[in-house]
Design a protein around this ligand. Structure first.
Ligand code: HEC
Ligand code: HEC
Length: 475
């Protein structure tokens, strides 16, 4: 820098200084006003929009994969693609400590390294280009953070492409820019800008390609029950699938029936005051998590090899308290299925599926004793089972209908023995529910609500009947 420019700059500084506006207190005051505004904005956001609730932390959950917050995702991705380099990948501290440390150090020392007094961007091509490349790289690394580095069939291609886009190209460009400035000296600014631009375009293009070729696998969002009603409903669903098998849909069972290895076992009714008054919430949760292995109740908590998270177990406990414990008053819950209007035909999706889930699924799922009769999907209900088919449209003598009506099926080879007992073996369903099953079977077993609507008849007013249900299939 020649003396002339130096003087010019000094003069301008002098002028600005005389014009007033001091750092203390003027600038600080402005800063304070802005911070106050942001503070108020944050309070408003927290009050009116808030953060979605997440499942309770479960320190024993080994399936949890920790991920950084979004603003650290680029570093996370950087570590992942760095690991792709055969030799360096093993030296982890280089990527985790040395490289980020170096970058922060360079940033801190920037005022001492780059002593160029010019502000005009045309005169500051090197720092601006380098920073632009880094910013583009950070954005791209963040965008592709969710793309795995290895495909399902073991191909390393996505990792290699990501390493090229996120590491090789930016690094080469930055090295070139430094060489142009300090070694070749006379390189035109145009060439430098082109170098930066091309590297940014390559990084962006390759990132786009990676995203297009290797789509981000869909993550399953876990819905979290936040209101009491939601918690009870979630708990009831979990109870239905996991506990009905032994304890019955209402917790009333005192003699286990229809469960492999536990046939005839006597247990306390878990809906009794005896159990509910003696066991507090924490103990109940512990019983569910650890089970009673010596008595035949397997552990349900993830910590002990089961399927249920801490939140799941808490929801079950909440369900038990509010439905069975007379010291608690349950809020109004959604009915199991929407009530049927006169002449309306129930459908699998809307009516049968929730009933089956509540009363049958806990035994009629894979891995349980159930004559291979699975009830988790429409097709399985129609087609599986040792006695398949267990339901036939329009057949009043369908096995399923007989057994839920309380009539066991005798063994054809030895009529003194039962082949299939009444279902559910450990309780009963209300006549209303049995009637829904009957209506469904007698009207062609429609799967969807639309199919059912086509079959439903609207009762003719004044026909004398208060809406006799459709018992014959209507064309
Ligand atoms: C495979 C059968 C089975 C399943 C499934 C099962 N339990 Fe149990 N449960 C038992 C047996 C057996 C006992 C032991 C009774 C005893 O200790 O004599 C028991 C005991 C309990 C007790 C303690 C009763 C007491 O007085 O100590 C609770 C509470 C309980 N179960 C809740 C549940 C819940 C909630 C689920 C569903 C997550 C569940 N159980 C699933 C078989 C089962
Ligand atoms: C406690 C466990 C349990 C529950 C709950 C249960 N079942 Fe069963 N189910 C069995 C067992 C065990 C069998 C095998 C036959 C037997 O042991 O009687 C069976 C057999 C059947 C069969 C005969 C399948 C075949 O092809 O042989 C039908 C139909 C059936 N159940 C319907 C139902 C329905 C509908 C529900 C719900 C309302 C239900 N079950 C609830 C345990 C259960």
């Amino acid at each position: 820098m020649d003396n002339e420019t130096k003087q010019k700059i000094n003069k301008r500084y002098e002028r600005e200084l005389n014009r007033g506006e001091r750092f203390w207190p003027d600038s600080i005051f402005k800063d304070l006003i802005v911070s106050l505004g942001i503070f108020v904005l944050l309070i408003m956001l927290a009050t009116f929009i808030g953060v979605d609730a997440q499942p309770r932390v479960d320190p024993s959950d080994t399936t949890y994969i920790p991920r950084p917050e979004w603003y650290f995702l680029f570093l996370f991705k950087f570590l992942a693609i760095y690991g792709q380099i055969p030799v360096l990948g093993k030296i982890e501290w280089l990527a985790t400590v040395a490289v980020p440390g170096l970058v922060i150090l360079v940033l801190a020392l920037m005022p001492f390294i780059d002593r160029n007094p010019n502000r005009y961007y045309g005169k500051r091509v090197l720092p601006i280009s380098v920073m632009a490349i880094i910013v583009v790289d950070i954005v791209m690394l963040t965008i592709m953070a969710d793309v795995p580095t290895v495909t399902e069939n073991g191909s390393m291609l996505p990792g290699i492409l990501q390493a090229i886009a996120g590491m090789v190209i930016p690094l080469v460009a930055i090295i070139l820019l430094f060489l142009m400035t300090f070694v070749f000296r006379k390189t035109s600014t145009k060439t430098m800008i082109w170098t930066a631009a091309i590297s940014a375009i390559l990084t962006i293009g390759l990132t786009g390609g990676v995203l297009a070729w290797f789509p981000v696998p869909a993550t399953t969002e876990t819905a979290v029950a936040t209101t009491l009603v939601d918690q009870i409903s979630a708990g009831q669903d979990l109870y239905s699938v996991n506990c009905v098998e032994c304890h019955g849909d209402d917790g009333k069972v005192t003699k286990i029936e229809g469960v492999k290895g536990l046939e005839g076992k006597l247990i306390p009714a878990i809906n009794s005051t005896d159990v509910l008054y003696t066991l507090d919430d924490a103990t109940l949760a512990e019983v569910i998590a650890y089970g009673r292995p010596e008595a035949g109740m397997t552990p349900f908590g993830k910590a002990y090899g089961g399927q249920l998270s801490t939140s799941d177990i808490e929801n079950i406990v909440t369900f038990m308290r509010y439905t069975w414990d007379d010291r608690f008053e349950a809020p109004k819950l959604k009915p199991l299925y929407p009530p049927l209007a006169a002449g309306e035909v129930p459908s699998y999706d809307v009516h049968i599926a929730p009933i089956v889930k509540r009363y049958c699924l806990s035994c009629h799922q894979a891995g349980k004793q159930n004559n291979n009769y699975l009830m988790d999907t429409y097709d399985d209900i129609l087609k599986t089972g040792d006695q398949a088919p267990n339901v036939t449209a329009g057949d009043e003598n369908s096995t399923l209908l007989k057994v839920i009506e309380g009539t066991p099926i005798p063994d054809p080879k030895d009529p003194t023995q039962t082949l299939i007992r009444a279902m559910p073996p450990n309780g009963h369903m209300s006549p209303d529910i049995i009637n829904v099953f009957k209506l469904w079977i007698m009207n062609g077993m429609p799967q969807t609500a639309e199919d059912a609507a086509k079959l439903s008849v609207t009762p003719t007013p004044g026909a004398g009947s208060t809406g006799t249900p459709a018992t014959t299939p209507t064309p």
